[in-house]
Structures are given as structure tokens and as C-alpha cells.
Write a protein that binds this ligand. Structure first.
Ligand code: ZN
Length: 255
């Protein structure tokens, strides 16, 4: 534990926290990731894009996922990213977007998420493409305050840092990309969180699927490790760890 800390925000005996997050609701998450995590007793967060006329029908199978203890989070309704990630100017991008438009997007997604999983007290948000701004250059503005208004936590990216209980910005949390990662690398990151008393967040998309894939064998190695060491490493959904941080911070101030 960090010598600066006299206690940690984690449940009894746990030295650090780890969240395995999945974006975009793709098939291999339902077919591969969820059965593997359920077998190992691990719960996590799935970020769903809540746009389109058919959002309710599209995400109906995920209600069962939430009922088994996983968190469903918001990935907005438009998945708007910076144009620098594309080689054309045809689609709207964060550079063309205003804060008011972004708030409309985030508020609508938050309302739909509440409809989908009304039992979830706290909800979290994943920034599409890990980007946290609208506009560009002299007009560039952060939309982190909007995420903070609607959600207990926001998962940004990508950084070498894990989130420290005292200093982490809950609406702009650091995360690591898990795509193409080797099993021992993933295990090492989880162990580093336990050693440092921090909260690490991994981002995944597909398991053996898509261009941001992680191999099933590597993901399985991570899940087995987290199961075997669940006495020390707290694997939990993002909103749940964020709530523990909020409560712990409040308790520290009362002392
Ligand atoms: Zn996405």
C-alpha cells in the first residue's frame, strides 16, 4: 500500500482494483467474454452505443447480462470522434461539435441507459475513441464536466497510469488498451495495481474478433489470475469502484 495512505477504498483485504471494460457491444463479448468471466466469478462493465431507432431492441439481450451482476454503461448515441482519426472530412467530427450538442447526446444516452437498466444506482460513461474534447485549436473545449454531471465516472484513455485513490479524476479516468496484449502483460498490470494500491482499467473490444482484438488464450489467462487472486485484487465494474472512491474520500474528510 502507498505509505501516504492509512486505508484503501477497496473491500477488506483487497490491495488494488481492476476493471475489465468492453466497448461497442460486439458479438464475441456475449459469446466468449461473458461466459469466461462468469465462470471465474468476475463482474465488469460493458459500454453500449445508445443511438439509433432500434437501440432498445438491439440491446435487449444485455438486460440479462446486467441482471447477472455486470454493469451496462453509456458510450453516447453518436460515437463522435476526432477527424484526425480519419482520412476524410465527410462525416461530422468532434471538431464540428459544440458543448450543447454533446450534452444533448450524453443526456439522451443517460436517459436510455436508465430505461435499459433502471436498477443501476450509479452509471459510468466511456468516451468514444478515448477523446474528451469538442472543437479544435482556439475553440477546443473539454466535455469532461458534462460527463461528470450525468455519471459517477468517465473512462478516458490511454495512459500508462493507473488511478490513485487520492488523485484520480473520476470523470476522466485513465485506462489501458488490452488489444493484442499478451496474457503475462495483462496479469502484470493487474499485479501492479495491487502492489501500488491503485485502480487499473483495461479496455477491450472483441475476443478473437475485429481489429482491436485480444486472443482468447490471453484473456483467459487474465481471468484465471484474477479469480485465483481475488483475495487481493478487487475485480469490479467501473461505477462500483468509483462509488467506493467517492465514499472513501468522504470518510477521509470526516476524520
Ligand atoms: Zn467505441
Amino acid at each position: 500500500m502507498d505509505p501516504e495512505l492509512s486505508s484503501l477504498p477497496y473491500p477488506e483485504g483487497k490491495q488494488g482494483a481492476f476493471s475489465l471494460t468492453f466497448d461497442d457491444g460486439i458479438t464475441s463479448q456475449l459469446e466468449r467474454a461473458i461466459p469466461m468471466m462468469n465462470d471465474c466469478g468476475l463482474r465488469t462493465t460493458f459500454y453500449l452505443g445508445l443511438g439509433g431507432e432500434d437501440w432498445e431492441e438491439r440491446w435487449a439481450p444485455w438486460r440479462e447480462v446486467a441482471a447477472s451482476g455486470h454493469e451496462l454503461g453509456s458510450h453516447g448515441t453518436t460515437h463522435m470522434c476526432s477527424r484526425v482519426l480519419r482520412d476524410h472530412l465527410k462525416a461530422r467530427s468532434l471538431e464540428d461539435c459544440t458543448l450543447a450538442e454533446m450534452e444533448e447526446d450524453i443526456a439522451l444516452a443517460a436517459q436510455r441507459l436508465r430505461q435499459l437498466v433502471p436498477q443501476q444506482r450509479d452509471t459510468s460513461f466511456a468516451y468514444p475513441c478515448y477523446q474528451t474534447h469538442v472543437g479544435e485549436d482556439h475553440n477546443r473545449q473539454s466535455y469532461v464536466p458534462i460527463v461528470a454531471k450525468y455519471h459517477i465516472a468517465g473512462r478516458a484513455g490511454r495512459s500508462e497510469l493507473a488511478n490513485h485513490p487520492l488523485t484520480a479524476s473520476l470523470a476522466c479516468l485513465s485506462s489501458w488498451g488490452g488489444e493484442r496484449a499478451w496474457g503475462p502483460t495483462l496479469v502484470g498490470l493487474a499485479e501492479r495495481c495491487a502492489t501500488e494500491g491503485k485502480w487499473g482499467i483495461m479496455n477491450f473490444h472483441g475476443i478473437n474478433e475485429g481489429h482491436l482484438t485480444v486472443a482468447e488464450v490471453d484473456f483467459a489467462e487474465l481471468c484465471r489470475h484474477l479469480q485465483l487472486h481475488s483475495d487481493r485484487i478487487w475485480t469490479a465494474p467501473v461505477a462500483e469502484v468509483a462509488r467506493a472512491f467517492v465514499d472513501w474520500r468522504e470518510a477521509q474528510q470526516l476524520q
